[in-house]
Design a protein around this ligand. Sequence first.
Ligand SMILES: NC(=O)c1ccc[n+]([C@@H]2O[C@H](COP(=O)([O-])OP(=O)(O)OC[C@H]3O[C@@H](n4cnc5c(N)ncnc54)[C@H](OP(=O)(O)O)[C@@H]3O)[C@@H](O)[C@H]2O)c1
Length: 230
Amino acid sequence: MANLTLITGANRGIGLEFCRQYLRHGDTVIACCRHPEQAETLQQLAEQYPSQLELVALELAEPAQFDSLSAYLGERTLDRLILNAGVYGPKGLAFGEYQPEHFELVMRINVAAPMLLTQALAANLGQGSKLALLSSKMGSITDNGSGGSYAYRASKSALNAVGKSLAIDLQARGVAVALLHPGWVQTDMGGPNAWITAEVSVRGMRHVIEQLTLVDSGTFYNYDGTELPW
Ligand SMILES: NC(=O)c1ccc[n+]([C@@H]2O[C@H](COP(=O)([O-])OP(=O)(O)OC[C@H]3O[C@@H](n4cnc5c(N)ncnc54)[C@H](OP(=O)(O)O)[C@@H]3O)[C@@H](O)[C@H]2O)c1
């Protein structure tokens, strides 16, 4: 039977590329995004892969929608849950300019949403399921050599903490968890000067996800499979 893969932030950037590659691979893909009716490329993919692609509306700032997503999935078990959606938050803020509100959305979308969504979808995860959380090297405290980006860095460090706890809590159910740094990727977030394409990044991360076992669950990986320091 085809693998079942759910992806958040599926309408553009890295999430869209995950959709393309898993569809090409033959998976059934549940592509979640805020406005499926406006997601032109996803609509085109749905025409190209009518029996493989399901489009589902999901606003990560609205946790009530997480239970609706679980209800939509019903008894189905996800082979892969790719929690990719994220926000950078306010750009260009220097030390001295931060206000509490600069942390609110970024912590809600990058930290609380992946944890709460995993919790809501726990019944749809089982033996052999893989959970991939899109983190960032900017969340690595060891790697921080340039400072700044307080909200984004803090959110990805906190996401790493969430992922580690999920790896421990879901171990007995047979669910393996990976924290993934996608590289510096040419997307709206990464910008045009980024080092790699989404195609290269996702190809690498798919390989990491396929290789992931319960033994290395809870590890922080670069897209090329090398381990990153916390
Ligand atoms: N690009 C890089 O170089 C890079 C490096 C390290 C880590 N990352 C991480 O990789 C992931 C994907 O990044 P990307 O470069 O593809 O980013 P992107 O191009 O900015 O795309 C972000 C995606 O997240 C979705 N999203 C944002 N807020 C949402 C919300 N409230 N509810 C539902 N979906 C929401 C966006 O949907 P809308 O279109 O509706 O806004 C979009 O689909 C992120 O977690 C990011 O932090 C990226």
